[in-house]
Design a protein around this ligand. Structure first.
Ligand code: ADP
Ligand code: MG
Length: 696
C-alpha cells in the first residue's frame, strides 16, 4: 500500500505543529519569538520545551538524545546520552532538562581544531540552534547545535554559517530600507543543494581496498563502454535502484527533508537528488542528513553509495549544485526580477552585489570548495573549471550592457535604459540557463554555484557566499545612505559596478581551452589545486573581511586554514599508502603468478608439440616489462611517501604531496592499468570498472 507523503512527512521532526500542540500557548509564543529573532532562550522556556520534546521523543521510540553538530571534519558528530535517570527513591525515570537542551558538553577534544583549544581547556560546548528543528534518527533525539570552545571560538561549521547569515541579513535590511521596504524585518539566504552520487554493488565494493579506504578507485582501466552513449542520463531507473530511492525518499520525508527530484546522471551508476530549497542553515543540516541516509539506506539494499568527487577515472565526477538566493520574511525573492521599475532597480542592485562579490572574491569562492577530492573535477578537464566566472544568459547580459553604455535595450526603443525608470523585459526562466559549464550561473531567480564537491558540507561555500555578498551590500549601503539624490546615485552605482566588474561575466563554454586563455587575459584567477587556493584564506584583506562581519576572527581563520591544508595531506597520504598496499599485496603477486603460468604453459606446449606459442611469448614479454615498471613505481612511491611523512611543516607538506606524491601515484597507476587490460579476467585481484559501473 502506497503511504501518502503527507501522512509521513515530518513525522520524526519536532516541528512547529508539534510544538504548538504540545506546548502551553505562552511558551510556544515565546519560543517562536526566539526562533524568528535568533535570540537566546531563557531557562524557564527551555525547561518546558525540553520536557515536551522528551515526551514526544519517547512516544516515538527514542531512548537517547544527542547534540548533533558539524565538526570541521565535514561529517556530523553525535554523542548519545540516555534519558534514563533515577528519582530520590531510586526509581527509574526519564528526564531531560532545559539545561541539557540548550547546552551540552561533549568531551570532543580529539576533533581537529587547528590549535584553537589548548589541552587544559580541551572541552568545548554545544548550543542548540532553535531555528533548526530537533528530529529522531535511529531512535535518538537529535538536537541540531553549534559547537564552540569556552573562549567562544567556533569549532564547527554551523557557528560561522549562522554568523554569516546574520551579517547578510543586517546589510540586506539596510538596502531594503533605502528602497522604502520598512515592513521587512528579516532577510534570509535560501539554498537548494542538488546532490550527486554513485551506487555500486556492495559485493564488488568489498573487494576493493581503494573504495573501502579512500572512497575512490586508485586503479582501474576503462571498461569497453563508458559514458559516451549518454544513455544513462534521465534513462529508466533500474528496479533495485528504484527501490533504494523509494526507501530513501520515505526516510528523508519523515525527517522533514523536502526531496523532490531524482534522476540518473550522465555517467553510468551516477544519480542525483534535489530537495526543495530552504533557509541556509536548515538546508545545510538537511544535506548532511541526506548524505548520511544515502549511505545507510544503500547498504540495506546491498549497494554502496560513493559520495566522492571522482570515484572513477575517465567518468564524470560528482558535485553539489548550491542554488542560492535571498528572501525576505514578507516572501520576496530578492533575486527575482520584479514587475515595476522600482522593483527592477532593487533587483539589479542585488544582482550587481553578487557580480561584484564574485569578481572581487574569486579567491575565497574558489577556496571554499577546495579539497583533494574536488581537485579531480575543478581544473582537470571537467565541469566546471577552477576559474570563477558568472553566467547571466544573453538577455540579462545584454540589459547590463545597455545600462553600461547608456543606450536603449533593444532597437525598437528610443530611450536609454535608466535604473528606476524602466521595466526589464521579461525573460522566460527556461531560456536563462542551460549552460552547464559555468561555475556560477544566474538561473532566473537564484544563482547556482556548481563548484562544491559532492562529499563536502555546503556550510563552507555558503559562509563565503553570504559574507562576500554582505560586504558588497555594506559598501553599497554606505554610499547610498549618504547620497543626496538616491535615484541618480543608484544609477551611477549600478552602471559603475557593471563597468568595473564585467570581466567576471562569461556566457561561453567554460570547458573550452580558449576560455583559459581568455580568462588569463581578463586577469581572472586560475587556482587549479587546493594548495594553490587555500593560502589566500589567510591574506590580510580576507581576514579583515571576515572580522568586519564577525564571521571569523583571525585565530579562527588561521586554525581553519591549517585544518584544511592538513586534511589535504591526510587524504593523499591514505591514498598513496593504499596504492602501495594494493600494488604489493595484490597486483604484483597476481601478475607475477600470471606470468609464471604463461611461461609454464609455453614451456609445456613447446615440449609436447614444439609449438610457436606467439600469444604466450608476446604476452609474457609485455606483462613482464610492465610488471617491472610497476614494481619500480611502487618502490618510488613508497620512497616519496616516506619523505613526505618526515615533513613537519603542514604547508610544505601540502605542496610536496601535490608536486611529488601525486605524480608518483599516477606513475604507478599507468602500468597497473595497462596490466589489467593484458591479463586474464580471473587473474585480476579485484573487480573491474565494468563490474562497478554496470554491475547493478
Ligand atoms: P535544475 O538545476 O535541474 O534546472 P531547478 O532549477 O528546478 O533544477 O532547481 C534546482 C534547485 O534550486 C532545487 O533544489 C530548487 O529547490 C532550488 N531553488 C529554486 N529556487 C530557489 C531559491 N529561491 N533559492 C534557493 N534555491 C532555490
Ligand atoms: Mg542544477
Amino acid at each position: 500500500m502506497e503511504k501518502k507523503i503527507t501522512d509521513i512527512f515530518g513525522t520524526l521532526v519536532f516541528d512547529e505543529d508539534v510544538m504548538e500542540e504540545r506546548l502551553a500557548k505562552d511558551t510556544f509564543r515565546e519560543l517562536q519569538k526566539t526562533m524568528k529573532e535568533g535570540k537566546s532562550l531563557n531557562i524557564k522556556i527551555a525547561n518546558a520545551v525540553a520536557n515536551a520534546m522528551k515526551d514526544w521523543a519517547v512516544e516515538h521510540g527514542a531512548t537517547h538524545y544527542t547534540h548533533w553538530f558539524q565538526p570541521m571534519t565535514g561529517v556530523t558528530a553525535e554523542k548519545h546520552d540516555g534519558f534514563i535517570g533515577t528519582n530520590q527513591n531510586g526509581k527509574v525515570i526519564l528526564e531531560f532538562s532545559g539545561k541539557e537542551l540548550i547546552k551540552g558538553e561533549p568531551d570532543a577534544s580529539s576533533f581537529p581544531n587547528g590549535g584553537l583549544r589548548a589541552t587544559f581547556e580541551a572541552r568545548g560546548y554545544t548550543a542548540w540552534d532553535p531555528t533548526s528543528y530537533a528530529f529522531i534518527k535511529n531512535g535518538v533525539l537529535c538536537i541540531p547545535t553549534a559547537f564552540c570552545s569556552y573562549s567562544g571560538h567556533a569549532l564547527d561549521k554551523k557557528t560561522p554559517l549562522l554568523r554569516s547569515m546574520q551579517a547578510i541579513n543586517k546589510q540586506a535590511l539596510r538596502i531594503l530600507k533605502l528602497f522604502g521596504n520598512e515592513n521587512v524585518k528579516n532577510v534570509k539566504t535560501t539554498v537548494g543543494p542538488e546532490q550527486e552520487y554513485f551506487l555500486v554493488d556492495k559485493k564488488y565494493y568489498e573487494q576493493r581496498k581503494d573504495l573501502i579506504y579512500t572512497g575512490r578507485t586508485l586503479f582501474g582501466a576503462p571498461s569497453p563502454k563508458g559514458q559516451e552513449m549518454e544513455d544513462h542520463y534521465f534513462g529508466t531507473i533500474k528496479s533495485r535502484v528504484q527501490e533504494f530511492m523509494n526507501d530513501l525518499n520515505e526516510e528523508l520525508w519523515k525527517l522533514g527533508v523536502l526531496v523532490k527530484t531524482e534522476h540518473n546522471e550522465v555517467a553510468p551508476a551516477q544519480h542525483e537528488l534535489a530537495p526543495i530549497f530552504s533557509t541556509t542553515n536548515i538546508a545545510t543540516d538537511h544535506n548532511q542528513l541526506t548524505m548520511e541516509l544515502i549511505q545507510r539506506i544503500a547498504k540495506k539494499h546491498g549497494l554502496v553509495a560513493l559520495l566522492h568527487e571522482k570515484p572513477f577515472d575517465g567518468i564524470n565526477g560528482s558535485g553539489k549544485h548550491n542554488n542560492w538566493s535571498l528572501s525576505t520574511d514578507t516572501g520576496v525573492n530578492l533575486l527575482e526580477p520584479g514587475d515595476t521599475p522600482h522593483e527592477n532597480a532593487q533587483f539589479l542592485l542585488f544582482l550587481c552585489a553578487v557580480i561584484k562579490a564574485a569578481d572581487e572574491h574569486q579567491d575565497l569562492l574558489r577556496l571554499s570548495v577546495a579539497t583533494a577530492g574536488n581537485d579531480h573535477r575543478l581544473g582537470a578537464n571537467e565541469a566546471p573549471p577552477a576559474i570563477i566566472s558568472v553566467f547571466l544568459g544573453d538577455e540579462l547580459a545584454e540589459i547590463l550592457k545597455a545600462i553600461e553604455e547608456d543606450r536603449p535595450y533593444d532597437s525598437k526603443e528610443k530611450e536609454v535604459m535608466k535604473i528606476g525608470a524602466h521595466v526589464l523585459p521579461k525573460f522566460p526562466k527556461d531560456t536563462t540557463d542551460r549552460n552547464r559549464t559555468s561555475p556560477f550561473a544566474f538561473t532566473g531567480n537564484k544563482f547556482e554555484f556548481r563548484m562544491p564537491g559532492s562529499s563536502s558540507s555546503i556550510a563552507g561555500c555558503n559562509i563565503v557566499l553570504n559574507t562576500v555578498i554582505a560586504d558588497e551590500l555594506k559598501e553599497f549601503a554606505d554610499i547610498l545612505e549618504k547620497a543626496p539624490d538616491f535615484s541618480s546615485a543608484l544609477h551611477a552605482l549600478i552602471q559603475g559596478t557593471i563597468k568595473e566588474h564585467k570581466r567576471i561575466i562569461f556566457n561561453g563554454n567554460g570547458y573550452d581551452d580558449s576560455w583559459v586563455e581568455e580568462a588569463k587575459k581578463r586577469g581572472l584567477l586560475n587556482l587549479r589545486t587546493t594548495p594553490d587556493a587555500l593560502p589566500y584564506f589567510i591574506k590580510d584583506e580576507n581576514i579583515d573581511l571576515f572580522k568586519r562581519h564577525k564571521v571569523f576572527d583571525e585565530e579562527e581563520v588561521h586554525s581553519r586554514y591549517e585544518i584544511m591544508m592538513e586534511e589535504y595531506v591526510k587524504i593523499l597520504h591514505i591514498e598513496a599508502l593504499t596504492m602501495v598496499n594494493m600494488a604489493q599485496k595484490e597486483i604484483l603477486p597476481a601478475v607475477s603468478q600470471y606470468s609464471y603460468d604463461l611461461a609454464q604453459t609455453c614451456a609445456m606446449k613447446t615440449e609436447v608439440a614444439k609449438l610457436e606459442n606467439v600469444y604466450e611469448k608476446e604476452t609474457l614479454k609485455d606483462v613482464s616489462a610492465l610488471l617491472d615498471k610497476a614494481f619500480k613505481a611502487t618502490k618510488h612511491l613508497d620512497k616519496v611517501l616516506k619523505e613526505a611523512e618526515a615533513i613537519e611543516d603542514f604547508e610544505k607538506a601540502a605542496f610536496y604531496y601535490r608536486d611529488e606524491v601525486i605524480p608518483a601515484m599516477s606513475a604507478l597507476r599507468t602500468p597497473c592499468d595497462e596490466l589489467e587490460t593484458l591479463t586474464a579476467e580471473n587473474v585480476w585481484p579485484f573487480p573491474t570498472y565494468g563490474k562497478l559501473l554496470f554491475g547493478i
